[in-house]
Design a protein around this ligand. Sequence first.
Ligand code: PLP
Length: 386
Amino acid sequence: MSDLRDHSAAELQKIRRNNLERRLKTISSEIGPEIICEGSTLLNFSSNNYLGLADHPALKKAALEATALWGTGSGASRLITGSQAPHSALEKKIATFKRTEAALVFNSGYHANLGVIPTLTGKGDLIASDELNHASLIDAARLSKAATRVYPHNDVAELAQILRAHGAGKKLIVTDSVFSMDGDLAPLPEILKLAEEHDAWLFVDEAHGTGVFGKTGRGVVEHFGIPPDHPRLIQMGTLGKALGSFGAYVCGPRELIDLLINRARTFIYTTALPPGVAAASMAAIDLISNDFSLSKKLWENIGYFSEQLKKIGLISPIGPISPILIGDSQKTMAASQKLFEAGIWATGIRPPTVPEGTARLRLTLMATHTRAHLDQCLTALERVLK
Ligand SMILES: *Cc1c(COP(=O)(O)O)cnc(C)c1O
């Protein structure tokens, strides 16, 4: 066996040869529309802080007050002594917001997906999964030991074939609602119809839908007018993206939530979120339930940016995520670096986050971007991509 350092260095060398090495850059500011990175001030076009809540005074105040009252740490998992009042208050608030019977909070979206999917499916069952689903859904399917069939992106006909071909055992369809690296939507009404026809359940990951899509920010399920308490539907969403806090939720019928409390290993065997985090999440839900101005501003920015991108010959997005496909990993990183030098933070996304040959810049918009920010980004894009 080789030395640990030599082994790691050799593996890193392989990653570097394929232009796939990733490095951390330290940001010494809040994650607002302008960020400070290694001495430069940059316009931030890469965060998932779509509504600008991660640096919002109402959330900071809620977190500080709850921390003063409840402490910094929860001290144990929820089933031991970590289930403080803010956690259950948050779950009530989420269930009311999402109009479902009950909700359960997990420490992150990754935890939620890894907890729920193996709770619902196992050996002999089927998971039908979109090829562009988030890594956490792929890992969750592996962990479940169910037979996983991957269908081409949003291909409802292929999904129907897969469901039809499966005999005994439970069937679970798993999909992002907003695809994280492409920004497009899953055709949820058609998929749900298939779930009904083939006696399957539908697990929807609203990580990028919550707070952004739907008339009142309840996600893509609301956008399509799907009843939130549909008996075949399991909704999951995160609290760390548009909601500006941290953690994730799963919502559905009371019995499903009680089953998860008993079986979801990523809920049972982990220390509960800090109470201050739960309080910040509650403040975020209160804020977006009562004040639609941030959402309105985000969608105005999306409308403007979309139109301007079309004018410079780029694909216009339907939401806050704009993928600019380049293909080659090295070219993508070079474009990202040029934008960085022009004062724009637009991260390059490479395999394995996206399929081979589809490296891209992934630009994201925020409610707190000004028109001047958007124009500066568009000008830089036009220059760098020419
Ligand atoms: C970010 C993301 C997750 C993971 O959520 P975290 O709270 O960041 O762990 C899960 N699914 C999708 C689609 C995501 O984009």
